[in-house]
Ligand binder design. Structure first.
Ligand code: HBI
Ligand code: FE
Length: 287
């Protein structure tokens, strides 16, 4: 169900689905919702997020008070990595989404969640999109990875391989962990923007955590409506970018030739197991 936002509803989107932010039209309540979410997530991610994420928050000054104004943050982001944020009304079709990424534009929803839904959202709002995704776009290697993903998405779509490629986005951009000398850290936007999943992803004994393997990830299902039962751990952002700098054609051929697929709880022989989960969280939910 799309969230009602009068400033979205009065606009006719452009051919690329973008709309104007009309920053002046956010209400005091909407700015207050940002401030509440920001204060909460900065606190809870402080010791748990990768330092590049926190550096990004600071470079863009996302905690200066209220919902960020794109006219203020875009010049900074552009100067750092050539990326910019554009506003879209809700989810956009895959090829539209990928075309934006391939051109270093990150599509963000304009609306912000209501105070009654601070913890669960059916579609990405401006807090998830800007707090969660945009700080990492200040990091050149991650910025390049996101563009590579967009280009790969357009190709995957034309080859009928979107389902597999989307899993890469899910297990990295949205729910990725990284190994650092001080321990596992979070960088995925779906984690850093969630008060519940931030501690769960690192501390819960329930989920499996495995080392990154591109083809393994592409063979693996994911959960969209609850905490993950599998987290994928990268060694570095260079590893992630490097994985996209190969021809995915042969990988897609192998995915066709061998239709083995994994559920979120499967562990396999070749996995680099970082923590073997108890699956207790999922079992409790199942009753
Ligand atoms: N649209 N606005 C928006 N945000 C997304 O994250 C998004 C989207 N459209 C498609 C999409 N994501 C995903 O289906 C792709 O990553 C596969
Ligand atoms: Fe997201």
């Amino acid at each position: 169900m799309a969230v009602f936002d009068p400033v979205i509803d009065e606009q006719t989107p452009a051919a690329d689905f973008t709309i104007a932010q009309k920053w002046d039209r956010y209400t005091a309540e909407e700015h207050a919702a940002w401030d509440t979410l920001y204060a909460r997530q900065v606190e809870i991610t402080r010791e748990r997020s990768v330092k590049e994420f926190r550096t990004g928050l600071g470079l863009l000054d996302l905690g200066s008070g209220g919902i960020p104004d794109l006219d203020v943050i875009n010049p900074k982001l552009k100067a750092l990595t050539g990326w910019e944020v554009v506003m879209v009304p809700h989810l956009v079709p895959d090829e539209v989404f990928f075309t934006h990424l391939a051109n270093r534009r990150f599509p963000a929803g304009r609306f912000i969640r209501k105070p009654t839904q601070l913890d669960y959202l059916e579609e990405p709002d401006i807090f998830h999109d800007i707090f969660g995704h945009v700080p990492m776009l200040t990091l050149p290697v991650f910025a390049n990875y996101m563009q590579a993903y967009g280009r790969g998405g357009l190709r995957a779509k034309s080859l009928g391989r979107l389902k597999e490629l989307a899993r890469l986005y899910w297990y990295t951009v949205e729910f990725g962990l990284i190994q650092r000398p001080s321990g596992l850290k979070i960088y995925g936007a779906g984690i850093v923007s969630s008060a519940g999943e931030t501690p769960f992803s690192l501390d819960s004994p329930s989920p499996n955590r495995i080392g990154f393997d591109l083809e393994r990830v592409m063979r693996t299902d994911y959960i969209i409506d609850d905490y993950q039962q599998l987290y994928v751990v990268i060694e570095s952002f260079e590893q992630l970018l490097g994985a996209t700098q190969q021809d995915f054609g042969p990988i897609y051929d192998r995915l066709s030739a061998d239709e083995t697929r994994y559920t979120v709880t499967d562990l396999i022989e070749d996995d680099q197991i970082i923590t073997r989960g108890t699956q207790a969280y999922a079992a409790a939910k199942a009753g």
